[in-house]
Design a protein around this ligand. Structure first.
Ligand SMILES: *[C@@H]1O[C@H](CO)[C@@H](O)[C@H](O)[C@H]1NC(C)=O
Ligand SMILES: *[C@@H]1O[C@H](CO)[C@@H](O)[C@H](O)[C@H]1NC(C)=O
Length: 400
C-alpha cells in the first residue's frame, strides 16, 4: 500500500522519502510533512496572504447579507401561534392616517386614537395628530382621542413602554363605548383595510371571532408592490374582558386580499432618516452614508433596500426571487379611493412619483394650499394626471 502510494506521487524531491521504506514510522511521517511543505509553492502562499484579508473584508462589509442569505439554514418558518414582535410606528404618518380613515369612514362608527409624546424607546416625539387635528374634521364627531405621557426611562426594554401604551389603548376602546359583538379593527396606521372588506364583515353573519387580514405589501409608495404576505392586521368580534389590543398572530384564519400595507411610505426624506434610526432598525445602519438624503432618494426611486439587505424570507427560492430592486407597477387600479381623489396632495404615493420633498415640515397646515381638485374637472379626456410624470421635473428642483 505505502509503496504504491509513493510511486504514484513520486517526484524528484520526494524520492528519498519514498525509498526510505525501512525507516521508522515517525521518521517517515516527518519526512512526508517536509515533502508536503516543499510542494507548497510561493504562488499559493501569495494567494493566501492576499485572499484571506479580502475575504475578511468582504465578510465585514456584507456580513449581515451573508447571515440573512443563510437564514433558511438557521431559522425555520414560524410555528403556528408563535408570538411575533410588534412593528413599531414612531413617526409622522398623518398622510396614511388620512387615507385610511377616509377609506373606512363610510363603514366605521367610532375612531379611536392614542398618541404618546414618547417613542417605545423613550425618545421625545411630537404630538403630530394633536397639532394637526383640524385636518381630521370629518372624523371629529366619531373620534375618541387619548394622549399618554411617556415615562422616559433610559435604557429600558421598549416592550415595557409598548405594553403601557397597549393597556391605555384597551382603556380608550372602552371609553369609546364598545359593546360585545362590535367589530374591532386592530392594525397599525400603515395597514389600510379596504372599505369593502369592512363592509362585507359588517353584513356577514357568523364571521370568525378573530380574523386576520391579508394585505398587499407595498414599499415606499404604491409603485412598489412587494407581495401579499402582510397578515398582522386583524378584526375581532369584541368580547368584554377578553379582547385585548394585539398585533401578533392570533388565529389561523386570513381573509384574502383585504387591503393595503404601505411600509416606509413617508412624504419627507427626514422621516425616512428618523425611521431608519428608530429602535428596530438601528443595527442595520452599518455605514453613515446610508443616511445620506441623496442616497435615500435614489433607493426610493429604485425600489431597492434602504439598508442594502437581503430579503427576509424563509426559503432560498423566495430569497432569490426577491433579490434586487422591486419591479415597478404602473397600475393605480384598486388603490385606496381617497388617494386617487387627492392625487395632488398624495402624488408621492403614486406610481411614477418617487421624488420626495427634502424639507422637514411637521406642520401640515402648510399644505392647506394643496386643495383637493375635482379629477373629472381637470381631466376631461380621462387621462390620469397622477401618472403623467410632469411633476418629476418640478420636484427635481426641490431635491438636491
Ligand atoms: C409628555 O406628556 C406628559 C403628559 O402630558 C407631560 O407631563 C410631560 O411633560 C411630557 N413630556 C415631554 C418631554 O414633552
Ligand atoms: C403651523 O402653522 C400655523 C399657521 O401657518 C401656525 O400658526 C402654527 O404656529 C404652526 N405650528 C407649528 C408647530 O409650527
Amino acid at each position: 500500500m505505502e509503496v504504491g502510494y509513493c510511486n504514484r506521487k513520486k517526484t524528484d524531491i520526494c524520492e528519498g522519502v519514498c525509498d526510505n521504506e525501512y525507516g521508522s514510522k515517525s521518521v517517515l511521517s516527518m519526512s512526508r510533512l517536509k515533502c508536503a511543505l516543499r510542494g507548497f509553492d510561493l504562488r499559493a502562499l501569495l494567494i493566501l496572504l492576499i485572499g484571506v484579508p479580502i475575504l475578511i473584508f468582504v465578510i465585514y462589509v456584507h456580513g449581515q447579507k451573508v447571515t440573512y442569505f443563510l437564514r433558511p439554514i438557521w431559522e425555520k418558518p414560524p410555528k403556528p401561534f408563535t408570538i411575533l414582535p410588534h412593528y413599531y410606528h414612531e413617526i409622522n404618518e398623518l398622510d396614511i392616517l388620512d387615507i385610511r380613515w377616509h377609506e373606512l369612514s363610510p363603514y366605521v362608527s367610532e375612531f379611536v386614537l392614542l398618541e404618546s409624546n414618547s417613542t417605545f424607546t423613550g425618545i421625545k416625539k411630537d404630538l403630530h395628530f394633536k397639532e394637526n387635528r383640524q385636518r381630521f374634521e370629518f372624523a371629529e364627531s366619531r373620534l375618541t382621542y387619548g394622549m399618554i405621557g411617556g415615562r422616559f426611562v433610559k435604557g429600558e426594554n421598549p416592550f415595557v413602554e409598548e405594553s403601557y401604551q397597549r393597556v391605555a389603548l384597551d382603556q380608550l376602546i372602552k371609553i369609546a363605548g364598545i359593546t360585545d359583538d362590535d367589530l374591532l379593527i386592530m392594525s397599525d396606521v400603515d395597514e389600510i383595510p379596504s372599505g369593502h372588506t369592512i363592509n362585507l364583515l359588517r353584513w356577514c353573519d357568523d364571521i370568525p371571532e378573530i380574523l386576520h387580514l391579508q394585505l398587499r405589501n407595498y414599499l415606499y409608495s404604491f409603485q412598489f408592490l412587494l407581495d401579499d404576505k402582510s397578515w398582522r392586521a386583524s378584526v375581532h368580534r369584541y368580547r368584554a374582558g377578553k379582547t385585548r389590543y394585539a398585533h401578533f398572530r392570533q388565529t389561523d384564519e386570513l381573509l384574502a386580499d383585504s387591503g393595503w400595507h404601505c411600509s416606509f411610505c413617508f412624504r419627507y426624506i427626514n422621516d425616512f432618516i428618523f425611521k431608519m434610526k428608530a429602535y428596530s432598525h438601528v443595527d442595520r445602519i452599518r455605514f453613515k452614508y446610508f443616511l445620506n438624503p441623496k442616497r435615500i432618494q435614489h433607493v426610493i426611486c429604485q425600489g431597492s433596500d434602504l439598508f442594502d439587505m437581503i430579503p427576509e424570507e424563509y426559503t432560498f427560492q423566495e430569497i432569490i426571487a426577491k433579490l434586487g430592486p422591486i419591479p415597478s407597477t404602473y397600475s393605480a387600479v384598486h388603490l385606496p379611493a381617497y388617494l386617487l381623489e387627492q392625487i395632488d396632495r398624495y402624488r408621492y404615493l403614486l406610481p411614477g412619483h418617487c421624488l420626495r420633498e427634502k424639507w422637514v415640515s411637521r406642520n401640515y397646515s402648510l399644505h392647506n394650499d394643496l386643495r383637493p381638485k375635482d379629477i373629472a374637472g381637470r381631466c376631461p379626456t380621462g387621462e390620469h394626471p397622477a401618472l403623467s410624470g410632469l411633476y418629476l421635473i418640478r420636484l427635481a428642483d426641490v431635491v438636491e
